[in-house]
Each structure stands twice: as C-alpha cells, then as structure tokens.
Design a protein around this ligand. Structure first.
Ligand code: FE2
Ligand code: FE2
Length: 263
C-alpha cells in the first residue's frame, strides 16, 4: 500500500494570499499535479490538517476544487486552523467526517494498512490536547484490530526543539504515548502543524511531521527563537507499506533535472 500525506495547505479565499504573501492555492494545485504524475500512484491521500487558513466555507470550497483531480480516496484531518462544521458542510460525500461525538476522528479499514485518525484540536486554541474521551476512543479503536495501523493527527505527539512552536503543540503527548505503547501494531504516528520534515522515536514506534504544501517553518533551533516562515521547497510524503514495515519518503513538489533509464 502507498499512502500519500499532504499537510498544512492553509487554503485562503480565491484571489487572496495567506499572510498577504503565500499563494497557497497555486501551491496546492502544483502539489496535486505532482502527485498525479508520480510513476506509482498512491492508493490513498491523507491531508493532515490546517486545510484552510480561517476555516470558512468559502475556503473549503476552494480546497474542494483543488483536490477534485485526485482520483484516489482522500481523507481529511482537522487542524487548529480548521472549523469542523464548515469542513463537513463542504465535503458531505465524505461520510467518515461524521466523526465520533463532536470529534473529527475515524478509522479506515479499506486498505492493507488501517488508518486511525485522531482529532488533537481544541476549539479556539492553536495548541492541541487529548481529553479522556479521545484517548479512550483511541485505545478502543486500536484494540479493535491487530492489523498494521498508521495513526494520523494534526499536532505531533512530541516537541521538536523549535521552541515557540513547541508552546503551541499537543500539551499532553505522554497521555497519547501511554495508549500507543499498548498497541505494537501501530507502525507510525504521522502529523503536520510544524511545516517541516521531522522524525523521532515515540512510544515504541516512529512519529513524524510532514512538510507543508505551502510555506515552511524556518529551521532555528536556538532557545526562544520566534516563528518565521520561508519559501523553502514545498513537499509531501509517501508512506510505503512493504508488507512488513512502513517506509517514509519525502517528495519535493518542484521538478528537478534527472537522468538514467527508468527500466
Ligand atoms: Fe499549519
Ligand atoms: Fe497547525
């Protein structure tokens, strides 16, 4: 199975730019074209949150148009910039978005690898938190099947050394770690939010952050560093299940010269 992950497209209304600067719509359009031009097409695409910048219906309509060319199943995850009600209203055909209670979380059993999507968002807050109900749901859902599983969420379950962003991420990763550690069939925990490629060990598995399809975060690991964004190359990730493990590749959206035979 080949799962494509895109993250943090931050789509804004047509004709505008995020921060007055970033043409996030065109950048997502190019990313979608790149995915469709891959020599091996992914079996599914998952978008790990901050799908829009302000969570408006208008922005979700722009997002829906931009994602329409993707012919494979598409799974949406809410980020801190998203608004679940507006999201659901624009994607009514995405039945899984009905979620669990008010949370936008669900499991997909249609592939060799099971997808379990966890809602880490808290209304009106940039950081994330997993309440007891969501943690119980995660535990129950992971216990329901021993099949290899990828857990996807917006806020990663670890801090990164990017200090100001670390004050705006999941506040209780240790609670998630306790649950994940009980389920060794979890192959990896994939996320977004940080607009960079990041990996670490987590609860007996691997946790990672996918870069943004739009702007990236400046890599500044000094203590107290502020949040600055950059037009470093935008990218997405391909998670390949080879029957035994998940291997993650980062793919740049821009094209570069290449040589050699394909065969
Ligand atoms: Fe974001
Ligand atoms: Fe975010």
């Amino acid at each position: 199975m080949l799962l494509c992950q895109i993250s943090d497209p931050h789509i804004v209304s047509a004709g505008t730019r995020a921060y007055g600067k970033v043409d996030t719509g065109s950048m997502l359009e190019r990313c979608v074209s790149k995915i469709l031009a891959l020599p091996r097409l992914p079996d599914a695409v998952i978008a790990t949150g901050d799908l829009t910048d302000h969570g408006s219906v208008e922005e979700y309509r722009v997002l829906a148009d931009l994602l329409t060319p993707l012919r494979m199943p598409l799974y949406l995850v809410a980020g801190n910039h998203d608004e679940p009600r507006a999201l659901r209203s624009v994607f009514p055909q995405h039945a899984y978005l009905a979620g669990e209670d008010e949370f936008l979380q669900y499991a997909i059993d249609d592939f060799e690898v099971r997808l379990v999507v966890l809602d880490t968002t808290v209304r009106g807050r940039p950081d994330g938190e997993l309440c007891a109900r969501r943690l119980q749901w995660l535990d129950r859902t992971l216990a329901a099947s021993n099949r290899p599983t990828i857990v996807a969420q917006h806020h990663p379950p670890f801090t990164t050394g990017l200090s100001l962003m670390d004050q705006m991420t999941l506040v209780n990763p240790e609670a998630e770690a306790e649950v994940i550690a009980r389920h060794p069939h979890v192959q990896c925990v994939i996320s977004g939010h940080y607009h960079r490629t990041i990996h670490t060990r987590f609860a007996g598995t691997v946790a990672s952050v996918c870069p943004s399809t739009a702007h990236q975060l400046v890599l500044d690991l000094t203590l107290g560093a502020g949040i600055r964004f950059t037009f470093e190359p935008s990218a997405f990730q391909l998670h390949l299940w080879n029957g035994q493990q998940v291997i993650t590749h980062t793919a740049l959206v821009d094209d570069y010269p290449s040589w050699g035979s394909r065969d």
